[in-house]
Every structure is written in structure tokens, then in C-alpha cells.
Ligand binder design. Sequence first.
Ligand SMILES: Nc1ncnc2c1ncn2[C@@H]1O[C@H](COP(=O)(O)OP(=O)(O)OP(=O)(O)O)[C@@H](O)[C@H]1O
Ligand SMILES: [Mg+2]
Length: 386
Amino acid sequence: MDKIKVIILDNNLEERFDIENALANIDYIEIARTPDDFEEALAIIDSEMVDVILVSNNFNGSGYEIVEKLSTEFVDKATIILEKEMNEDTMYQAIFSGAKDVILLPVKPNKLVDSIYKANKITKKRLEYHKKTDISKKKKSGYGQVYSVFSTKGGTGKTFFATNLALSLLKETNKKVVILDFDLDYGNVSLALDIVPKFTITDVIDDIKSIDSDYIETYLTNHESGLKVLSASKEANINDFINNEHIQIILKALQSAYDYIVIDMSSRFNDATNPAFVFSEKLFLITTPEIMSVKNIKSAITTLTDFNYPKNKINIVLNKFSKNSDIRSNDIEKILGFDIFYKVPDDYIKVMGSLNQGIPYVQKYPRSEISKSFSSIVKNITDDNK
Ligand SMILES: Nc1ncnc2c1ncn2[C@@H]1O[C@H](COP(=O)(O)OP(=O)(O)OP(=O)(O)O)[C@@H](O)[C@H]1O
Ligand SMILES: [Mg+2]
């Protein structure tokens, strides 16, 4: 990792020492030399490749004015304001000065390091984006269709269904397709597609104010098929701050840029990701032919109908179906009060083979029964949209 060079513009020695101590043991942070005045600070920032500028709120009269000057002059550097109190006034000043963040004094070491890391990452990324001129501007007409894959029981095959559905949509329609991992705590779409994401949804949320249909592209990871992926963070419980509004911003941005948006949901209703249900053209509810799984889907249907969720959006998928299943499919239909839209056979050996090689099922076994069925699902749902 490249070192992040930080300059501290603070005339108060105690505050400065606190900050230096907080950063002293962080191996990827380097502190630039201390300037005597603002003139010298400018020279250091310019000549010593400073990345992040920490400015005390009363540096040189007004820290905010300094931040404003610096953010206009050095667009490739992140400024962070150090403030004694946070109120409406200081928030307002910070936003309009162009500061990337406000840190309360006395500094909390973890918060400071985290803020420096994020402010630098966002600034460098934006710079890269503006330099790049070849970002695909291929726009589609109308809004993208959203297909969500949900189940209230874990391990029924949501990720399997969502990834293979997305790849089949891409192959059959040759349009722009993106898959979103909204299983925020335990997402494993990247694993299923054998990709290593550079960014995850957590990075998008950190930069949510900049998100639009072009810029969100820079947070997606390419799968070699051409499918785009918005991955979940690898760390569980890191996403407690993601809210309903964030998810709506992401979905709206992607709907303007993509034809099809497939969402792998978590195994529970979650306030933050609930907009996915509303945005969905179709909701695939996955069950396996086991009593517990069917019972769980039944209660999911009850919850959805309590909210007046349109029944015609719901598509029941019976996954891991075999002749020896616990329950017969017409009994499942009776219990649920819904027809089974689609049955995916249990194909343990091939599924394991594709997982072990990191090649998605429909790519590895294009002629198998399951792959043909995915093609017909795609035909079915895309015909519905005509
Ligand atoms: N039709 C199938 N035949 C055989 N194995 C399957 C089938 N569908 C899924 N599996 C396997 O079942 C396991 C669970 O599938 P998957 O991870 O897709 O479920 P999930 O609902 O996303 O689980 P989680 O709740 O943990 O996210 C995986 O090992 C998967 O490969
Ligand atoms: Mg999953």
C-alpha cells in the first residue's frame, strides 16, 4: 500500500502532539514536516506530495477559509477540518468549505486514522475517474428491470440462483447486467463468481453523495463474462450504517445505467435493503423441498402480503428438487397458495464441480438441464417485459 502523506496545520502544540502520537505507529501514514506559516505550508503541500491536509478550525484566523482555498487549489488532496465542537454552524461551514470530514478535538486515534484513510481513498479515486475518458457511456433507454432473489431460510440457493440468473440474462439478451450482493453481512456473490472486488458496497456508502449512474460504475467489479458486480463487504456487521435511502440511491443510479439488475438478498427482512422489494419487477422466493424451508417461505409470503406486496411480482422457485424430496411439489403449492414458477433439480455433483473450479454453473455446463431451464426463465421474464 502506498504511504499516505499527511500535513498538520495547527498552531496549538498540544493538539499537534496528540495527532502526531495518534499517527506515529500507523505504518501507511507519513507526517510531513511542520510549516512555520501558511506560505511554507503551501510550498510543502505542493512539493512534497502531500495527500491529506489536517486543518485546525482556527488555523491562520479561519481554518475554514484555508480549507476552501486548499480544496480549490489542490483538487488531488483531501482536507479534513479539526473542530472543537460539532453543531449546525460548524457542519455547514465544513460542507461548504469542501472539507472531506470533520474530526472532533481532542482526537480519537481510531477515528482520525479511519478518516484520513477514507478521505484519501475517495479523493484519489475521483481523480482517477476524471482522468479516465474511456468510461463506457453506453446508455440504455428506459429504466433497468430489477429482479430480487430472497428466502427467509439460509442455504436454500439464493446465491446460486441469483448468479446463474444474472449470467443467463447476459448471455441470452446481450444487454447490460449487474448483480448486487445485498446479503450485507454474509454476502458471497464474489466467491461464487470467483472475483476479488477492489471496492464493496461499504465504499459506495462512504461516497454516497457522489453516486450517480456514471460514477457508480467505478465501484463495480468485472466478471470475465461481462457481468458487473457490486460486492458486499467481507466483514460482517460493518454495514450497520447503511440505510434505506442509501439503497434507493444505488438502485436508482443502476437503473439508469443497466438493463437488468439482479439482487442476491439476505435471509431476513432488513430495513436497509427493503427498497429492493419495492424496486423489483419480479421477486424470486427460493424454497427447497423441506418442511422448514416451505414453512419459512410461507411466513415470508404472509409478511409480504401484510404489506400489500403485489402478488403478481412473486415467483416461487423450488430449488434442489429431486424425486426423493420430503414433500411433493403440488403439496408445496397447496401450502403456499402459489404455483411453483420454476423447479431447479438437485445437481450436487455438478454444482460442487463448478464451485471448486470457480466457474459458474451455467458457464461450465451450458447444456445441462439446469442451464437450459435458466435460459427459459430468462425468455419468460424478458418476454413479460415486452
Ligand atoms: N440446485 C442445486 N443443486 C445442488 N446444490 C445446490 C443447488 N443450489 C444450491 N446448491 C448448493 O447449496 C449450497 C447453498 O447455496 P447458496 O449459497 O446459493 O444458498 P444461499 O441461500 O445463498 O445461502 P446463504 O443463506 O448462506 O446466503 C451451496 O453449496 C450451493 O452450491
Ligand atoms: Mg447466499
